[in-house]
Design a protein around this ligand. Structure first.
Ligand code: ADP
Ligand code: MG
Length: 243
């Protein structure tokens, strides 16, 4: 079986700062893998290397069997199969929710306006903001904006989704709505690589949890084991601080 994501000996430096120091990680189709770890441990950089928003210094990344670190790869084709959701929602403020979800469908996938609108409405409905189609981001709560951002990613029919701390910018009372959408996606079989501090979500939804520290994977295993009964001292120390 082809791995959804395979990361082999991934290194990434910014100048003298060796941020990723040999990461090995695989995600199988339909799996949810949560990445946890202290701030600055390289979690965002790891995600950004998967769709080549950052160019690795060394090592290989494969997405559905295609080596994205191969200089000859059709990067646009690879990126089209990967949805990404960031901590900051990055919606266009001058466009309505509907327009935000339509634009990349029209520009990148060359869908007609009519088709893009149908798909946009379906996905906004799916994430629970179907009644906000004509609203601008400034009039939406953070949780609603993040759900529009998830709808925007889903409208591109990705094979896998990367989430980088999707609830970290939200007021606590809005976190649950976004996690509920992510949980639904997971139950539907979406392949997901999720950087998060939400240990409850990781424990309940993730097939595997990966603990990163200092640019390496310290521990990788079933959620119940890594969070519930960690083997490594560094994992224990981290969990004591966040739980
Ligand atoms: P995390 O997401 O785990 O908090 P990051 O991947 O964002 O960690 O950052 C890890 C380290 O890489 C930090 O020291 C950060 O300053 C550095 N870093 C990240 N992106 C860049 C960049 N574009 N240029 C220079 N340094 C960066
Ligand atoms: Mg980060």
């Amino acid at each position: 079986m082809t791995h959804a994501i395979e990361i082999a000996d991934l290194h990434k430096s910014f100048g003298d700062n060796q941020v990723l120091q040999g990461i090995d990680l695989t995600v199988e189709p339909g799996q949810v893998v949560c990445v946890i770890g202290p701030s600055g441990s390289g979690k965002s950089t790891l995600l950004r290397c998967v769709n080549l928003l950052e160019t690795p210094t060394r090592g290989k990344v494969f997405v559905e069997g295609v080596e994205v670190t191969d200089p000859d790869v059709d990067l646009d084709a690879v990126r089209r199969r990967i949805g990404m959701v960031f901590q900051q929602f990055n919606l266009f403020p001058h466009m309505t929710a509907l327009q935000n979800v339509m634009i990349a469908q029209q520009r990148v996938l060359k869908r007609s306006k009519k088709e893009a609108e149908i798909v946009a409405r379906e996905n906004l409905e799916k994430v629970g903001v179907g009644d906000k189609c004509d609203t601008h981001p400034g009039q939406l709560s953070g949780g609603q904006q993040q759900r529009v951002a998830i709808a925007r990613a889903l409208a591109m029919n990705p094979d896998l989704m990367l989430f980088d701390e999707p609830t970290s910018a939200l007021d606590p009372e809005l976190v649950g709505d976004v996690l509920a959408v992510m949980r639904k996606l997971a139950e539907e079989g979406m392949t997901m690589l999720v950087v998060t501090h939400e240990m409850g979500f990781a424990r309940e939804v993730a097939d595997r949890v990966v603990f990163m520290d200092g640019g390496v994977v310290v521990e990788d295993g079933p959620a119940s084991q890594v969070i519930g009964d960690p083997a490594q001292e560094r994992t224990k120390t981290f969990l004591r601080r966040v739980l």
